[in-house]
Design a protein around this ligand. Structure first.
Ligand SMILES: C[S@@+](CC[C@H](N)C(=O)[O-])C[C@H]1O[C@@H](n2cnc3c(N)ncnc32)[C@H](O)[C@@H]1O
Length: 382
């Protein structure tokens, strides 16, 4: 069956998610705030859950309609054939959000949608009672400026949970954001990569997974794996394909942090992700970071001052970073921080910056590119 699918994205990452979808072969993409919409079938639901590194979730869009009253909401929801996807035993869990709309009471909207979904199920199955003791079908009612979007979540746990990071350091970054930073940097495995504020190792591990072409969903499960609409062998085939897609590239990523404890955690996480052979972990103050390599990449997420450490400490840290990175002449470096005076403290204006959100924090991803004359570096599309 053909569905309208939505890959949800953190604000600022929509184009990165769209690029990933293009790489997977999807062509007609609609990019909006927080989401990319496209068409696909059951196989695409599996593929996208398995392979998207930067999307938060994959949803099936069930309906979109205008609603200014509870009756509009009820009728619009009732018109959908929910029973085509949800079985008799399905656990129908409705979540909601409403922005700038006449229907603003989210709990009321949730109950109306639930009632209408159950009525549609009664129509389809010709029965009155649904035990709801089976697999979860999470329905979201999203209302924006009186337009209702009804979706079903195929991912379950958010896609950032790859299954390797049970332990996190201080202020860990979502795996989806870390993967996005690596993709935005255009790093490729032939080049040296370092994260001198590695914390729980998220950036290094995501980079290693990208380098080895390890599907981010390979070692986790998805709620729709238990859905009747997706044949089990599709999941098996796509997992098998993903396992066979892991390449034999060899590369080295340097991951260091001032805290020995977090370095230990990072190493454990890398082991769980199956990439420990590609990352060299070290307890190191950024002030002591150096490299004999002429070229390389740094992608890093230093403390911001908001969540950990004090502002002036962070300002001094950024000065130290500036002095350290200055010595790495032909390197490219990429720094994400919420601290707005970063460039001033760091001592150099970035070639490009990009607004992104790390959780709720508005951040900038400052990008410094290596000198252009080297032909092997193509920054035009960075
Ligand atoms: C925002 S956290 C990095 C989080 C990481 N991206 C993750 O996903 O877990 C910043 C890290 O910088 C480390 N740090 C603070 N000062 C440092 C310094 N002078 N040199 C190296 N690391 C430092 C902290 O120990 C902390 O782990």
């Amino acid at each position: 069956m053909e569905y309208t699918l939505i890959a949800t994205a953190t604000f600022g990452l929509e184009k990165v998610v769209a690029n990933e979808l293009k790489e997977l072969g999807y062509e007609e993409l609609k990019i909006e705030n927080g989401k990319v919409t496209f068409k696909g079938d059951e196989m695409d639901i599996v593929t996208c859950n398995m392979w998207l590194r930067t999307a938060d979730r994959v949803l099936i869009k069930m309906a979109e309609f205008k609603a200014e009253s509870f009756e509009d909401l009820f009728q619009g929801t009732l018109a959908v054939e929910w029973g085509d996807i949800i079985p008799i035993t399905g656990f129908m869990h409705v979540t909601g959000k409403s922005v700038k709309s006449k229907l603003y009471s989210v709990p009321d909207c949730q109950s109306i949608v639930k009632k209408a979904v159950v009525d549609a199920m009664k129509r389809k199955y010709r029965r009155d009672l649904f035990p709801e003791n089976g697999v979860e079908y999470k329905i979201e009612v999203g209302i924006l400026k009186d337009t209702v979007t009804l979706t079903l979540d195929t991912s379950g746990t958010g896609l950032h949970k790859r299954g390797y990071r049970e332990m996190a350091g201080i202020a860990p970054m979502k795996e989806t954001l870390a993967a996005a930073l690596v993709l935005l940097s255009k790093w490729e495995p032939g080049n040296l990569l370092a994260d001198p504020f590695c914390g729980s190792g998220t950036i290094a591990i995501e980079a290693a997974m990208i380098g080895k072409n390890i599907a981010p969903g390979l070692n986790r499960s998805f709620v729709s794996e238990q859905w009747d609409i997706i044949p089990q062998d599709l999941w098996q085939d796509i997992r098998k394909f993903a396992r066979n897609s892991i390449n034999d590239k060899e590369f080295r990523i340097l991951a260091s942090d001032i805290s020995g404890k977090v370095v230990k955690t990072a190493r454990e996480n890398a082991k769980k992700a199956g990439v420990e052979d590609y990352i060299a972990f070290q307890k190191l103050d950024v002030a002591d970071f150096s490299s004999k390599k002429k070229r390389g990449y740094i992608i890093t997420n230093p403390p911001y001052g908001e969540r950990i450490g004090q502002l002036n400490e962070v300002e001094n840290l950024y000065k130290t970073m500036g002095n350290t990175f200055k010595k790495l002449n032909d390197w490219s470096y990429f720094v994400i921080t919420s601290y707005e005076n970063f460039e001033k403290c760091f001592g150099k204006k970035s070639d490009k910056n990009r607004k992104l959100y790390n959780g709720r924090l508005k951040c900038y991803f400052y990008q410094y590119f290596a000198p252009k004359e080297d032909k092997s570096y193509n920054y035009k599309n960075a």
